[in-house]
Design a protein around this ligand. Structure first.
Ligand SMILES: [Zn+2]
Length: 131
């Protein structure tokens, strides 16, 4: 079902369908955040390609205090920026952290698609796990 719009709609629709798809220009550049025209070569010939949900931790932070739209996430939680294997695109997500062990930059992770409840809506979210 297609419910998102804008340049990054295929990303959100892909997550909703259980797949990670990311945009690559015909010139080879990966484009993120998603755009409708390549900033390197000017082409609008952009393909959305399925990627494995594997990567490494680029950066992370643990949140201890609640802020807007986190009402349905157990505290504390870890947000990470993950470098996706293969394309090098960096994506924001949450780290499954049952033992509250500090992540290590460069640590291998794999993702599963979960959801973040915001108001009455479930937003697809990549939940990363170590390993
Ligand atoms: Zn290009």
């Amino acid at each position: 079902m297609t419910i998102y719009d804008g340049a990054d709609a295929p990303y959100w629709n892909g997550l909703t369908e259980g797949r990670l798809v990311l945009p690559q220009c015909a010139c080879g550049d990966w484009l993120w955040p998603a755009v409708s025209q390549c900033g390197t070569c000017g082409s609008e010939n952009i393909q959305w390609l399925e990627q494995a949900m594997r990567g490494t931790i680029f950066s992370w932070t643990r949140t201890w205090h609640r802020f807007g739209f986190t009402e349905n996430i157990d505290l504390p939680f870890i947000s990470i920026v993950a470098t996706v294997e293969g394309c090098g695109i960096r994506l924001l997500g949450r780290l499954d952290d049952p033992d509250q062990i500090d992540p290590v930059i460069g640590e291998n992770i794999y993702g599963k698609i979960g959801a973040t409840r915001v108001g009455e809506r479930d937003i697809p979210t990549i939940i990363w796990r170590r390993g």
